[in-house]
Design a protein around this ligand. Structure first.
Ligand code: SF4
Length: 379
């Protein structure tokens, strides 16, 4: 089987579900690295690893979805720790972030039916007008569905109104694992937790020229089969995007964090570093039509993130200055731009700052590695 996969990858061919499952469950982890790097170098031959200077804001934590994996939401606005920020409060946060050099604001919130559609449009238009150097990377597919509900508009009309206000990109949140079986277990009370909703929102966004990302949160109730099915679904959506002006820029996997979530008693130990690196490599090999695979210092910490750069990842995600969702699940992790550049350099690549749409803003010379510094100091 491995030889067959090797030949396919060497020819730039597409592996099938059975081969993906073999790479996920049976292949030696180290055998995945050269295969993943073949696809990495085909898409991105330049030995750079990109990152974005971004912050992660949340406009409300009130949510009617009650996802079992989520520690962030509050079920109603009477909860003492519930909040919904005003547009002005959000603009103040963006202004402060811009002073830190942020070029992308990734903003998501709960599904709060007390918020009118105009609020979302205003968030985009005010950001675009007041902070032209900042890209509003706002709202996952479930939030777009919530907007259709509160406005009575179609998905196409909602996206068009947000586009008129200045939005051009969208994060891939809300996919978790794209399998109806899994979704019905992790988001039982959420009537919109359908694979077809997530899919239709992204297809429409691609039709209207948006660049979006695809994501996967693994390590809960899914099976290996579900993971490969989910990757196959994303690959199919990208095939459909080939005739559209938009499409997926990147795929971003991360592992479920259990603390303070309702799903925790049904799940064993959290997924570890080997699983993370294997999923990065499998993603790079399987998603042959997605240009970038994102590893990260954040979800599985620095060293696995750094190793993922040799298992197919060519992007290191963002600085995430104000992350709160994973924080509520007990996952505290913070970094700086300098540390990201050091981690990338020490993996043997040149760090490069990028835009939300993966265009390089500035490429830096790799810093001297630790071993180089030791050698230098011993001279
Ligand atoms: S993951 Fe999102 S949609 Fe689900 S409960 Fe949390 S905030 Fe709501």
């Amino acid at each position: 089987m491995l030889e067959r996969i090797r030949e396919k990858v060497a020819d730039g061919g597409r592996i099938n579900h059975e081969e993906g499952l073999y790479l996920l469950t049976e292949a030696d982890l180290l055998d995945l690295a050269p295969l993943a790097q073949m696809w990495r170098n085909r898409h991105n031959p330049d030995p750079i690893v990109t990152y974005v200077v971004d912050t992660n804001l949340n406009y409300t934590n009130v949510c009617n979805a009650y996802c079992g994996f989520c520690a962030f939401y509050r079920p109603n606005s009477d909860d003492p720790s519930a909040y919904t920020l005003s547009v002005e409060q959000i603009m103040d946060k963006i202004g402060a972030a811009e002073k830190q050099g942020v070029t992308t604001v990734l903003m998501q919130g709960g599904l709060n039916d007390e918020i009118p559609f105009d609020y979302y449009v205003k968030l985009v238009s005010e950001t675009s007008e007041r902070f032209p150097r900042v890209t509003p990377h706002y709202f996952s597919a479930p939030e777009i569905m919530e907007m259709t509900k509160v406005s009575g508009l179609s998905i196409a009309e909602v996206i068009s109104r947000l586009k008129d206000a200045g939005q051009r990109t969208m994060p891939g949140g809300g996919s978790e694992i794209l399998s109806e079986r899994v979704k019905s277990q992790v988001s039982q009370l959420w009537p919109k937790a359908k694979v077809e909703d997530w899919t239709e929102v992204h297809l429409e966004a691609h039709r209207q020229g948006w660049q979006t990302t695809a994501t996967m949160m693994y390590g809960h109730v899914e099976t290996d089969e579900d993971i490969v099915e989910s990757l196959g679904h994303i690959r199919d959506v990208q095939v459909a995007a080939e005739s559209q002006p938009g499409g997926f820029t990147a795929f971003i996997p991360w592992s479920y964090k259990k603390a303070n979530t309702a799903l925790a008693p049904k799940v064993g130990a959290e997924a570890g570093s080997n699983r993370y690196v294997r999923i990065i490599a499998l993603s790079r090999i399987f998603l042959d039509n997605v240009p970038h695979i994102q590893g990260s210092w954040f979800s599985d910490y620095r060293r696995p993130g750094q190793i993922s750069l040799h298992f197919g990842a060519d992007d290191f995600g963002g600085t995430l200055f104000d992350e709160n969702v994973m924080l509520e699940a007990g996952h505290y992790n913070r970094t700086t731009v300098d540390e990201i550049k050091t981690i990338i350099s020490e993996a043997g690549f040149a760090p490069a700052q990028r835009t939300t749409e993966y265009e390089v803003i500035e490429r830096f010379e790799p810093e001297a590695s630790i071993s180089d510094r030791v050698l230098e100091s011993s001279k």
